[in-house]
Each structure stands twice: as C-alpha cells, then as structure tokens.
Write a protein that binds this ligand. Structure first.
Ligand code: ZN
Length: 300
C-alpha cells in the first residue's frame, strides 16, 4: 500500500467510524496502521451520548428539596493524580466519588432531603450532562466535587469553593435565552411566547437569583467547615466553569483539597477524612434548605 493510500485511509476511515464511536466513547484500533495505533476519542466529543437520569434517593415526596451531587471526572478521565512517598497513586476521580457517596449517605441519614448522584461508579460522564441532570431532575442545589493538584508545590493546601463568575454568568444567561427550546422552565416562570428581549431579561433575573443562592450556600460551607476542614487562604472563588452554568439551579464546585499535599491527601483518602467533608457539606445543605422552607412558610 502506498503512503498516499495509507494516509487517505488514516484520514478517512476513522472519520467514517468516529460518528458511531463518539456515541459509545470507546477506543478504536485503526487497522492497517501496523503499530497498534489507537484513536482516542476526546472526552468533549462524547456529548452525543444519551443523557441517563440517575435515580433519586430519599423521601418519595417531590415537595422535598433535591440536591444533585456530582463526583468530578471518572472513567478514562482520572482528574488530578497524587503520589505518596511509597509511590502509591491517588486519582481525583476516586476521591470525588468516595466523598459524593459519603455525603449522600450522610444526607439520607439526616432525612428529609432527596439526593441524586450524577455518577455512582467509575464511569465517564460528558461535562454538559452534569448540570443538565440537575436541570432535568429540577434539582434545588447542585454540588460538583473535585480535588486539586498543585503539581510540584506540595506546600499548597486547603479546600475552596467556586461559583460562576459574574461575567460568565450573564454570558451564560444570554446564550441560554437564545436557545428557545430550553426557555420553558426557569424558577417556575413560563417564558414561552414572550418576546426574545423579555425572555432574555427573565433569564437574566433568574440567573441573578440563582447566583445569589449559590453564593449564600458557599458561605454556609465556609461557616460550617470553620475549624473542621482546612480551607485555602482565599477559599471563595469565581470562574467561568461549564459545570456551573445551569441558569436555574444554584450550583457550586467544591475543591475539597490538594492531592499533592500530605495533610490534605490524608483527609481526602481516609474514611474519617471523608466523614468530615460529608458532615460539613450535609450540615451546610441542611441549613440552606431550612432557610428556604422557613422563608416559604413565612409567605414569601
Ligand atoms: Zn477536578
């Protein structure tokens, strides 16, 4: 086979089969390449995967508040990696899942709050599916759990909590308003049939309220975690994170600590450490929802 034919095959054949491969998110061996080359399907291209809604645990009562917990990364995407002195590796995807499961169990023990996890095992989950699961379940709160890496800087430590930056928030609102298919459910406001300008304003208002709620929740995490968890010196952050872009579900990303730091890693990878995270986050969630239900009873 000439090099030219080979080149064409390499360019065209995988392109033809990739359509199907993106749906499955699999690794495809390329035939005739001769050296066992594989085509890796990038994670972000897996968006064509069907969205599967997880089951909701807790009280069988839709009037109870629902929190969606998102364990960051998973499957072929390990996230940050920490290595201890014995060469043992700790992957962020395992840490986030373990904390998410501990938090779910803690919330179910407390009772009164419904809980769903975006993933309950070591699987790949396209980034856009994560907030979308929260939206479709009509969740009241979305928490994405992560762990950080500081590379060679083993002295950097502490948890932090992210909300969507204001600029990203209004950009997301504008984009969201433009997608009319999605514009039918925003904090109970029906904006179907409204003019584009009016629905853009309604989305903006909804997003502002969502942002205020997310900021309030992040404040509660810091308050409940004071002296029980170690926070970074600047624990409150804002960033343009795709996972926080649901315009109608208050969303935060909790960076639980650094896998590259000895003390943080001890807390992140032990049962006792995870129990601390679960207790603090569960308490913050409980207070957050309690405030909302008393405001509702007060005839807001
Ligand atoms: Zn992460």
């Amino acid at each position: 086979m000439s090099f030219r034919t080979l080149l064409l095959m390499v360019l065209l054949v995988p392109a033809a089969v990739l359509g199907g491969a993106q749906v499955l998110g699999v690794v495809i061996p390329v035939p005739h390449w001769g050296r066992g080359y594989v085509v890796e399907v990038p994670l972000d291209d897996a968006v064509a995967e069907p969205l599967i809604l997880p089951k909701v645990a807790g009280p069988d009562d839709p009037s109870r508040p629902l929190v969606v917990i998102d364990a960051g990364h998973g499957g072929r995407d390990p996230g940050a990696i920490g290595v201890d002195a014995d060469g043992r590796k700790f992957a962020e995807k395992d840490i986030t899942l373990a904390i998410a499961l501990a938090l779910r169990d803690e919330l179910l023990k407390i009772g009164g709050i419904r809980v769903a996890l975006t993933r309950e095992d070591d699987r790949i989950l396209p980034l856009p599916h994560r907030p979308e699961i929260a939206r479709q379940l009509e969740a009241d709160l979305f928490i994405s759990i992560h762990a950080d890496s500081a590379g060679e800087r083993s002295d950097v430590s502490g948890a932090s909590i992210y909300t969507l930056s204001e600029k990203a928030s209004s950009e997301a609102a504008a984009r969201f308003a433009a997608r009319e298919n999605d514009a039918d459910r925003l904090n109970g406001l029906t904006i179907e049939g409204q003019s584009a300008a009016v629905s853009a304003i309604l989305v903006e208002l909804s997003q502002q309220r969502t942002q205020e709620d997310a900021l309030e929740f992040s404040g509660l995490v810091l308050r409940e975690g004071d002296k029980r968890l170690a926070f970074h010196p600047q624990p409150r952050r804002a960033a343009a994170l795709a996972v926080l872009r649901a315009p109608d579900v208050p969303s935060v990303l909790f960076e639980s600590g650094f896998v590259t730091n000895l003390t943080d890693r001890a807390r992140l990878t032990t049962r006792e450490g995870r129990a601390q995270y679960a207790a603090v986050l569960a308490r913050a969630i409980q207070v957050y929802f309690a405030r909302r239900s008393s405001a509702a009873e007060g005839g807001e």
